[in-house]
Every structure is written in C-alpha cells, then in structure tokens.
Design a protein around this ligand. Structure first.
Ligand code: HEM
Length: 210
C-alpha cells in the first residue's frame, strides 16, 4: 500500500494548484485594500499580514521533508522550493512596506531602528539570511554549489527561529499566536533529529508496508 492523499487529477497538477493557493493571501489583501477592509491603519494591517504569511510559509517549507518521511510521498518535494520562495516573497513585501511606507527611505532613521529595536534587528538578520537562499534556489545554482548548497540552505532553520523570536519580541500582550508558531517550529525541529527520523521510517514501513 502506498500513501495517496488526493486523486491523480490533483497530483498531476500539484505545482499550479499550490502556486495559486499560495497567492490567495496576497489577493485577499488586495481585495481588502480595494474595499476598505484593512481597518483604520492599512499599513500596519499589511505589515502584520505579510509577516504572518512569511512565517507560515517558512514553517510549511520546513514541514515538507518530515511529511515525506512519514508518508513516503516524494512528489510533495516538488512544491518545497515554491513554498520557500513564497516565504521570501511575503517577507520581502513585509520588509519593503517597513522601508518605504514606515520610513520613506530615511536611511538614518532606518539604521537607528535596526540598531535600537531588538525585534527589528532580529527580523532584519532573518531577512538578510533569506536573500542568499532565494538567489541560490535555481537548478543551475543547486548544480553549481553542490554540497555547499545543502550547507547554505541549512540556514533556513536559523531563519525560522529568528522569525519566531522576532514575533515573540514584538508582541506586547497576547502571546498566543507567536507561542503557537514557536511550538510548531520546536515540533518540526524535533522531527529532524536522527532518533525521530528513524522512528518515522519504522512507522511508515509498518503502516505502508507492501
Ligand atoms: C524572515 C523574516 C521575517 C519574518 C518571518 C517576520 C514575521 C513577522 C510577524 C509574524 C509579525 C507579526 C504579525 C502579526 O502581528 O500578526 C511581524 C511584524 C512586524 N515585522 Fe516582521 N518579519 C520578518 C522580517 C522583518 C523585517 C526585516 C522587518 C523590518 C526591518 C520587520 C518589521 C516588522 C514590523 C515593523 C512589524 C509590526 C510590529 C508591530 O506590530 O508593532 N520584519 N513580522
């Protein structure tokens, strides 16, 4: 028995389906902006939404390998790069809004903000680390960098930790949402440990044997 989550129709179109689904948060934001649905402070609303979606896509990207290990369903790997690039896409909008709409390219104010506010420092470091991963995500770069590509892309774990830390640092009262992201991240990192990898393989062989 092999794991077959959805019909062959969807499996054959997995990439375009995920592409369209991942665009929905953006379309939803555009819709809300058009119809006055972003509240009294639209810049703040977009900053929050793009930050949240950036973090969600980062966590989704990290969830792909454990999911494949649990199910043996290798086709899911085809959408991992796309999900990572969507994380970069939403975080880039998030960063651009802060740079352009919050600070209007006032470089002195920008540098002061990065140095003085710890949650901005952490977010900024995460974004800077994300840039080389996005740049080296092409097939040509994967071939060119070889083993070094894998080493470089290990930074995604650190980026996710910094993303959660950034969120934890900026909340003033309601910790629930960043704590949930933190717990999901701890779970995903735990699934990467050799002991858990071996357990997942054993579990899969037991359930999907033959
Ligand atoms: C990997 C990089 C990053 C991730 C994953 C991330 C994620 C987030 C998340 C989840 C939020 C909270 C959203 C909410 O309240 O629902 C947030 C808020 C925010 N982020 Fe980021 N962020 C990143 C990078 C940055 C960078 C580079 C900057 C600017 C230099 C930045 C500036 C902000 C600001 C100004 C807020 C709103 C703070 C407030 O409510 O007062 N973030 N971010």
């Amino acid at each position: 028995m092999t794991f077959q989550p959805v019909s062959t129709f969807f499996i054959a179109r997995l990439k375009p389906i995920v592409f369209v689904l991942a665009l929905l948060p953006l379309l939803w934001m555009v819709w809300d902006a058009w119809h006055g649905g972003l509240g009294a402070n639209p810049v703040e609303a977009i900053t929050h939404r793009t930050g949240s979606w950036g973090l969600r896509f980062l966590l989704l990207t990290l969830a792909i390998t454990p999911f494949r290990r649990l199910t043996g369903w290798s086709r899911i790997l085809r959408v991992r790069r796309m999900l990572g690039l969507y994380a970069f896409f939403y975080v880039s909008i998030h960063f651009a809004i802060w740079l352009i709409l919050d600070h209007f390219f006032d470089w002195q104010e920008i540098v002061t903000d990065i140095i003085k506010r710890p949650y901005i420092t952490v977010g900024f470091v995460a974004f800077v680390l994300l840039v080389p991963l996005a740049i080296t995500s092409t097939d040509a770069m994967i071939r060119r960098l070889g083993r070094r590509w894998r080493q470089l892309h290990q930074a995604v774990y650190l980026i996710a930790v910094l993303g959660v830390l950034h969120f934890l640092w900026l909340v003033k009262a309601d910790w629930r949402e960043p704590v949930v992201y933190g717990l999901v991240l701890i779970g995903l990192l735990t699934l990467r440990t050799p002991a858990m990898v071996a357990r997942m393989e054993r579990w899969r062989n037991g359930v999907f044997a033959n």
